[in-house]
Design a protein around this ligand. Sequence first.
Ligand code: SF4
Length: 398
Amino acid sequence: MAFASILDNLPLEKSDTVRSFSALIASKDNAELDSLAGRARALTRQHFGRTMRLFAPLYLSNECINSCRYCGFSRENPILRVTLSVGEVVKEARHLAAIGFRQLLLVAGEHPKFVSRDYLAECVRALRDDFSSISIEVAPMETEEYIPVVEAGAEGLVVYQETYNRVIYDQLHLTGPKKDFGWRLACPERGYEAGFRRLGIGALFGLAPWREEAIALAAHVEYLLKRCWKSSLTVSVPRLRPAAGEFRPRFPMNDRDLVHLVCALRVTFPQVGIVLSTREPAALRDLLVKIGITMMSAGSHTEPGGYTGQGREKVHRTVRGRIMPPDVSPTEACSRRDALPRVQDSPRRVPPEDDPNGIATAQFEIGDPRSPQEIAAILRRNGIEPIWKDWDAALMER
Ligand code: SF4
């Protein structure tokens, strides 16, 4: 059975696992939440030891043909854009390797003209000798399209459903291939068939009521643990951050609720990795790493070229698919953009301050600006060993 049927039937029928997860995320007083956190902490140590996998996102491109109302890269936003060449990607990656990273997440918006399957495979091939684990977070593809990327050396596929609420999904994804809810929902299975060894899923909290979203996410985790049993699974719980487009979360999730969710996920799925990005503020990250998180990013940039300034001379604006000079003012770009179909009640879309150094615009603001070394030191102070590398392809060789 496809997960879509399970999802649509969730209001009427829940598995035992999802029912007990629903009870765990029900409203709790402080003493009950403390007790849940204690269980989560113990289970994390039991299944993962005192370790934390560290990874870095590397943005390849911020071009995008989709219109997602909450995202800074959305096609309407007259932001500064760029796609790195393979050589520029390698330079960014070498900077990360010099810091110590061996686990990389390649991220790109959806634009077949700039981010093709062949380009992705070429990037992975160019990086695989320096990184033991390369994952991709890009537009969903067919199984056959993933295969060359896996063969090039990518081992992880990350795809967040954003929201599992079909109505809200439709309202937030205005145009572009991403509007197809079902195509995205079945993406992890296509990646699994292609041979990805790690799968990552998640929801973007703030788009829909968090408990409803969490129940659907838990059902998805349960489904994929059975359906894609040969891959290891991670789950992410990102919350919306400020970005170009000035989208405001309709259902904000507070820090206490996020802690509650991480605890409930850990207690329900003791063996599943939980990922935390630099979206969250430092103090909250320091708390969550002690409770249930097993993998985190550090020192992240969410713009292509953000680590070393690669691609700076190519930065431009993209207006109706055409490349325009970066000095076209956002106002002028907005007025050219106005020829695009308008959507009623669409939020005002203006870019954040353009970077004075001419770097492409970031996808969102990060909440924890500390360096990877600072994060590693804090982990050690908490008795947690930072893990820069936990896998090598040689392990698979006979
Ligand atoms: S969320 Fe992804 S698909 Fe949507 S606009 Fe942003 S980069 Fe493009």
